[in-house]
Design a protein around this ligand. Structure first.
Ligand code: FAD
Length: 415
């Protein structure tokens, strides 16, 4: 295929990976971001290449348990109640998927982009400076006891069916394996052959530098609209002017929803607010990243210190942090890592792009030359490189050797 000019909107992990794979395929590529690369959700996540994370949040039983979770101050789900009326249409559609058939269908869809994620990150960065951020590791789930582990049996059964069978460590062996853990934690489910990124923000910044070293362009500008002629993209409009192009990729994370409206898509996309605290100069670090099942957050030994990241809060796209989720994180960290000391804490709030059906939108808006690549919810860092590869394959006409029908963005086309 002759070289075309592709504009990629958004320099998070998804946009950066798409831009690199497109450039490798010989395309002229301009990557545009309203800010610096890698400062959206891709900055502050839990760093995990979560190969086994194909099971969505919407599992059977969620509708019955949800209200109890919301009212329980010791459960990591928070709501800004004044936001509830605006959330309801999305929430209603989201909860409709909390049944066995949909959970399995979504899990199959997500598995395609997460299952080989460590290899995908390595392929994306092979021979480049960005490769230095990737770490091979186990990914451990921490439980108080066997009963707590068994309460998650449904999710583990789906993971097992996909080939992820954890090694179980119980009793005092838990603290021998991970000395940072409190004696109260009695079971570790160890998932082999995972990985993490030592610093996701710097990783994405390095990927964008790599794109430029390969002859791609990065422009700091805010995308406002798309120009179409006869239904075909001709240019992307920014606050710095118009960028003519043959094709475009919309990979602006949570901010893609508003831009997609201009293209005739009405995506039920909600900002799932998440938090992290980095404990600086920690006295202890876990050997491998671990998911604390009671707090539903991940503790990762990264280059900034010990990052504890997770929590779900609904409250829209406002930048102000809520005190309660952060207090919850601090309380749970103090209980789970009782001997941890540190010099300071750094707090962050970010927005997971959450479509109501928990499947990302990857594909062409029929015949327009605009491709969507957003809606990666909890697994965007994991699945970004594979997504970028799929998008590049679709654009170059080298149709992906994978079933991508689940990601079709036209499912949300306005009637
Ligand atoms: C607390 C937390 C923990 C997480 N942990 C993990 C994890 O361990 N593993 C994992 O796989 N995933 C995790 N995630 C999810 C993951 O971070 C996201 O799914 C992923 O980063 C989304 O990447 P993205 O490139 O789609 O979006 P983003 O990283 O948000 O990038 C979007 C970019 O688009 C730009 N942009 C927006 N609007 C415009 C515009 N109009 N013009 C130009 N540019 C624009 C933004 O500036 C931004 O740079 C976590 C998320 C959170 C919040």
């Amino acid at each position: 295929m002759s070289s075309q000019h592709i504009v990629v909107v958004g320099a998070g992990i998804v946009g950066a990976a798409s831009a690199i794979w497109l450039r490798r395929a010989g395309m002229a590529v301009t990557l545009v971001d309203k800010g610096a690369p890698g400062r959206g959700a891709s900055y502050g996540n839990a760093c995990i290449l979560a190969r086994c994370a194909m099971v969505p949040v919407t599992t059977p039983g969620l509708i019955a348990k949800g209200p109890k979770y919301l009212l329980d101050p010791e459960f990591p789900l928070f709501m800004r109640w004044s936001y509830l009326p605006r959330l309801l249409p999305w929430l209603t559609r989201y909860l409709k998927h909390a049944n066995d058939a949909d959970t399995r269908r979504i899990a199959r869809g997500v598995a395609t982009i997460v299952g080989d994620s460590v290899e995908q990150h390595k392929a994306l960065t092979a021979g480049t400076p960005a490769a230095k951020w990737i770490r091979d590791s186990d990914y451990n789930f921490v439980y108080r006891d066997r009963a707590a582990f068994e309460a998650d049996a449904y999710t583990w059964a789906l993971r097992r069916e996909a080939g992820f069978v954890p090694e179980i460590i119980e009793g005092p062996a838990v603290q021998e394996h991970e000395p940072i853990l409190s004696q109260e934690m009695g079971l570790l489910a160890v998932n082999k052959d995972h990985g993490y990124i030592l610093n996701p923000g710097d990783y994405v910044a390095d990927l964008v530098q790599q794109l430029q070293a390969m002859g791609g362009r990065f422009i700091q500008a805010e995308v406002k609209d798309f120009d179409l002629l006869g239904g075909q993209i001709t240019a992307v409009d920014t606050d710095q002017g118009r960028i003519a192009c043959d094709k475009a990729v919309l990979s602006a994370g949570i901010w893609s929803g508003e831009l997609a409206k201009k293209l005739g898509l009405n995506v039920p996309l909600e900002a799932e607010r998440g938090y992290h605290i980095v404990f600086k100069n920690p006295s202890q670090l876990p050997k491998s990243p671990m998911m604390l099942s009671e707090g539903k957050f991940v503790a990762t030994p990264m280059d900034q210190g010990l990052r504890c990241a997770g929590i779900v809060e609904f409250g829209g796209l406002t930048e102000d942090k809520s005190p309660k989720p952060l207090e919850f994180l601090r309380r749970t960290v103090a209980r789970t890592f009782p001997d941890l000391s540190y010099t300071s804490q750094e707090e962050w709030l970010g927005f997971r792009p959450a479509p109501a059906d928990s499947l990302p939108l990857i594909g062409e808006l029929r015949g327009s030359g605009v491709y969507t690549a957003f809606g990666h919810h909890h697994i965007g860092l994991t699945g970004g490189p594979k997504t970028g590869r799929l998008v590049a394959d679709m654009i170059t006409g080298d149709w992906p050797n994978a079933d991508v029908s689940a990601y079709d963005p036209m499912r949300f086309a306005k009637p």
